[in-house]
Design a protein around this ligand. Structure first.
Ligand SMILES: Cc1cc2nc3c(=O)[nH]c(=O)nc-3n(C[C@H](O)[C@H](O)[C@H](O)COP(=O)(O)OP(=O)(O)OC[C@H]3O[C@@H](n4cnc5c(N)ncnc54)[C@H](O)[C@@H]3O)c2cc1C
Length: 314
């Protein structure tokens, strides 16, 4: 059952939301996901300051409305039926979203607002001659989503440079927390359920050779352009690499290169990417994900686990 809430959101609640940010009712999520698919969110809320989200979530709970936080939408698959309740989008341009909080010898600690795009943080650091964040080259989405996913590549992950986070905990309290080894996992930082990321503290190193860092970043971007099907909408790699294996190779060796369902297709360039060839629905993508899981399991006895977060009813 799929109950739409947009008509049921009270004027009082809407007035409250408008004081805190921008409100879009029945907003197509295809405008906010890199797959360019997904039905309407009953209420998409873009906060002026993510620190207000504890209060917003509490108010939503009192009104009986589901509540979800997303970032840049580059790692989510949203149902064609959309998302019920309030969806808070923590991503976008923000004034003074990056500030230096400590500087000692060759090392610096910066606080970065969850809404800052990874690309903007990378450019900020490159301009000032810092290193450590090169792995972010070519990664879409925002800092909050990157922290939640412990995003990264073979040269580094968020948890390599993230020392502390500012969060809203499940009780709605704004607080800070150090990153510990127990929290670090492949494509995930383990937080208590209901944690909203407001920002993170990153440790970077001053380099004497900023040009070489700039070159590393340019090389990574060039390599990603060659290897990834960036000319199509996607959410990057769909499946996590199982221990000791590469998901792309398992998919390729299972004969699925180029396999398509509707407008969703296994990229011929990189077989861990599902691309939207133009007319894909989220249902096409979802069916293809399930098909890949079944075929790869049958061929290799390995069940692939999606890295992409599947949201809503399928
Ligand atoms: C072309 C392409 C290439 C990619 N390459 C890579 C890659 O090399 N490595 C990699 O790791 N990823 C890659 N990705 C996936 C994706 O870009 C990353 O996972 C990214 O960090 C997600 O950030 P986002 O802001 O888009 O988050 P979203 O996709 O919006 O959200 C991802 C998850 O984080 C949660 N979340 C987001 N913001 C918050 C917050 N403030 N508080 C609490 N939870 C939050 C959401 O609920 C969701 O569960 C790629 C994607 C694309 C499209």
């Amino acid at each position: 059952m799929c109950t739409r809430y947009s008509a049921m959101i009270t004027n009082k609640f809407l007035a409250f939301l408008w004081r805190m940010g921008t409100v879009l009712l029945d907003e197509p999520m295809s405008r906010h996901t890199t797959y360019r698919t997904g039905g309407p969110a009953d209420c998409l809320f873009i906060p002026n300051n993510p620190a207000c989200l504890g209060e917003v979530r509490e108010m939503a709970k009192k009104e009986g409305l589901p509540f979800l936080v997303i970032g840049g939408g580059s790692n989510i698959l949203v149902s064609d039926k959309g998302i019920r309740g309030i969806v808070a989008r923590v991503c976008g341009e923000v004034d003074a979203g990056i500030r230096t909080v400590a500087q000692k010898d060759e090392s610096i600690v910066v606080f970065v607002d969850a809404r800052v795009e990874k690309k903007a943080f990378l450019e900020w650091a490159l301009r000032r001659g810092f290193s450590g964040m090169e792995f972010m080259a070519g990664l879409p989405g925002c800092i909050g989503g990157g922290i939640a996913m412990n995003a990264g590549t073979h040269i580094g992950w968020f948890s390599d440079i993230l020392t502390r986070v500012r969060i809203i905990d499940k009780a709605g309290m704004l607080r800070e927390k150090d990153i510990t080894d127990e929290m670090i996992s492949y494509r995930e930082l383990r937080f208590e359920e209901g944690t909203i990321i407001v920002g993170g503290y990153f440790r970077l190193q001053k380099t004497n050779d900023p040009q070489s860092i700039q070159k590393i970043v340019e090389d990574i971007i060039r390599e990603r352009e060659q290897k990834h099907p960036l000319e199509y909408p996607s959410a990057g790699s769909v499946f996590k690499n199982p221990h000791g294996h590469f998901a792309w190779k398992l998919i390729n060796d299972s004969g699925l290169r180029g396999y398509a369902i509707g407008g969703a297709k296994i990229s011929e360039k990189h077989t861990n990417f599902i691309i939207n060839t133009g007319s894909a629905s989220s249902t096409d993508i979802y069916k293809l994900i399930r098909h890949v899981q079944e075929v790869v399991e049958k061929e290799t006895h390995i069940r692939l686990e999606p890295e992409v977060k599947i949201i809503g009813e399928f």
